[in-house]
Write a protein that binds this ligand. Structure first.
Ligand SMILES: N[C@@H](CCC(=O)N[C@@H](CS)C(=O)NCC(=O)O)C(=O)O
Length: 209
C-alpha cells in the first residue's frame, strides 16, 4: 500500500485526473482539500497551484508528472499509457493540446468565471465567458473530430488522455452554455457518456460549492 497524500481541492479537474489514476491502480491515499493560492498549497507547489502529491520522501507537483509517476511506480493494471509508440505520441499530443487549448478555455475561461466565482459569492465575469466560449467550441470541435467515434480517445484502452479531458467536460456541462454546446459534438458526447460509466470517474465526482 502507498503512503500517498494528495494536496488540492477535489473540485479541480487536475486533482480529479490524478485521483482517477489512483483509483484505477486501487492505491489508497489521503487528500487535503487545499485551495489554489492558499498558504498551505504554496508549501506544496511553487505557484500555489493544485494539485501536488507526497509519497514517502517524494514531493511532486504538475499533474502530468504526477500521473506518469503513479502509472510507472504503481505498475499494477490497468496501464494508463499505451505501449505502442504511435499511440503513446497520440496520447501526449491530446494531453498537450488539452493543457494549451482545453483547460485555458473550458475551465479558466468559462467554468471559473461563469459558475465557480458566483458559487463563491463573487460576481460572474460574463465578458470573460463570452470571450472564451468560441475558443472552447473550437477546441471541442478538434477533440470531437479526433475521437472518430471511438470509445477511448486513443486506441482500444483508456489512457491519460481520457483522464485529463473527462473532468473538464464534467465541469463545462455545469455551465448552461456548455450544456447547450456539447450535443453538437456527437463523438464527444458519446465518449463522455461512456466515461460516466467508468468507476474511477464516478468515484471522484466532486461536491461543487
Ligand atoms: N500546470 C499545472 C496547472 C494546475 C492548475 O492550473 N490548477 C488550477 C486549479 S484547476 C490552479 O491551481 N489554478 C490557480 C492558478 O492558476 O493560480 C498542472 O498541470 O498541474
Amino acid at each position: 500500500m502507498s503512503d500517498l497524500t494528495v494536496f488540492g481541492t477535489s473540485i479541480s479537474p487536475f486533482t480529479r485526473t490524478i485521483r482517477m489514476c489512483l483509483e484505477e491502480k486501487e492505491e489508497a491515499y489521503r487528500i487535503y482539500d487545499y485551495m489554489p493560492g492558499s498558504e498551505e498549497q504554496k508549501a506544496e507547489h511553487p505557484f500555489g497551484k493544485v494539485p501536488a502529491i507526497r509519497d514517502a520522501d517524494l514531493h511532486l507537483y504538475e499533474t502530468l508528472a504526477i500521473c506518469i509517476y503513479i502509472d510507472e511506480e504503481y505498475t499494477s493494471d490497468p496501464q494508463l499509457q499505451p505501449r505502442d509508440a504511435i499511440e503513446k505520441a497520440d496520447m501526449f499530443q491530446r494531453v498537450s493540446l488539452y493543457l494549451d487549448e482545453g483547460y485555458p478555455n473550458l475551465i479558466a475561461g468559462c467554468v471559473i468565471p461563469g459558475i465557480l466565482l458566483p458559487a463563491m459569492g463573487k460576481p460572474a465575469d460574463t465578458a470573460k465567458v463570452a470571450e472564451h466560449l468560441p475558443k472552447a467550441e473550437k477546441y471541442l470541435a478538434v477533440a470531437d473530430k479526433e475521437l472518430r467515434g471511438q470509445h477511448w480517445m486513443v486506441g482500444e484502452e483508456m489512457s491519460l488522455a481520457d483522464f485529463f479531458l473527462a473532468p473538464a467536460i464534467y465541469l463545462f456541462k455545469k455551465l448552461p452554455e456548455g450544456e447547450k454546446m456539447l450535443p453538437q459534438f456527437e463523438n464527444l458526447s458519446a465518449w463522455y457518456t461512456h466515461m460516466t460509466n467508468v468507476e474511477s470517474f464516478r468515484e471522484t465526482e466532486p461536491k461543487l460549492p
